[in-house]
Design a protein around this ligand. Sequence first.
Ligand SMILES: *Cc1c(COP(=O)(O)O)cnc(C)c1O
Length: 410
Amino acid sequence: MKIPSCKPDTSEQEIDSVLRCLRSGRLSLGPLLPAFEERFASFVGTRYAVATSSGTAALHLCVRALGVGTGDDVITTSFSFVASTNCLLYENAQPVFADIDPHSLNVDPQEIRNVIGRDYLRCSMTKRWIHRYSRRTLKAILPVHVFGLPCDMDPIIEIAREFSLHTIEDACEALGAEYRRRRVGTFGDAACFGFYPNKQLTTGEGGMIVTNDERVAILCRSLRNQGRSEAGGWLEHAHLGYNYRLSELHCALGLAQLDRVDELLARRDRVARLYADALANVPGIALPCQPSDFKRSWFAYAIQLLGPDSVARRDNLMARLHAQGIDCRHYFPTIHRQPYFRALGLNLASALPMSESAADRCLALPFFPSMSDTEVREVCSAIREILTHENHRVDFHKVTREAARVQVLS
Ligand SMILES: *Cc1c(COP(=O)(O)O)cnc(C)c1O
């Protein structure tokens, strides 16, 4: 592809840092691990950070550490990357999908309330909320800050308090994002970040748990290191753990990226602004929203196709962009419609029209910090030309209810 969909931003600083680590001879469990964790925690604004081998591993350990497992339900979103649901399935907890707000594409707090009000009753003995029919216990909420936009956290935290639920933030796409002047990752009992090369900060592979809860931090630290405890010896295992460690080489890369994090985020902001300007008057698409008291940390730039037959038209646009050497992705398909998820045969009580509509309309454009003005212009003029050609064949009066709502809101 002439213009890739993403590209990591690494400099000579990162190369030096990794080489220095390699020359030190200390390749795992050395001084860079706590250094990376401490600096990361102070960037996000939490007391503890625990580095892991991936964002998925971070999510999995949070689920384990908060005691979410067999017989438990967790309310989350289907409009996400599969890892945010898989971490529940690993522990035999059941995801319960609440629909999204079609504007923000994040889980809608009102929908969370609707799901609880419709399906759960308070058990007077345990004071927990139990599913009417399956008798499963409602244990947690797992909101995902999709495409770097913070979820509406105040009402979510309020619901968590009201119903005694844990909150695990999936902040893997939202490093540096702020909700009412507070960084994401500081709202839940724990939060997770991911460092795959398309993320705002990369270590190649890697992840991080952040929390203010000392017990969660200690337990996660043990679980990522084969269940070893701080007090016990190398061959003493207090828990059934995993090897989810992050090597010193990864931490060296992460530390050098953290040195440049403001620059990395600012460069993404710049590309998003270029897109917003260049796409402002292209007909038939909705651009990502920007609520005024939420600071998005730009992760992806996903446009939505308005009007009927969005899947066919989105796929056509994607194919024509690919043919011109411009990579773009159908991002996200919903989790509940994934083949592996369907095969689980879980009963999904609620319809998810907004999640499905977003999945049918979204197209993530090439987006990376070093994207040039010329590259953004090339992508946008290709989109403009393709859509202008086809728009007079589309009858915008026949828009579906969902599309109309998206249109009204954008
Ligand atoms: C990237 C990402 C993760 C974690 O992915 P890893 O590849 O395991 O680091 C989790 N959730 C979301 C929403 C993500 O985008």
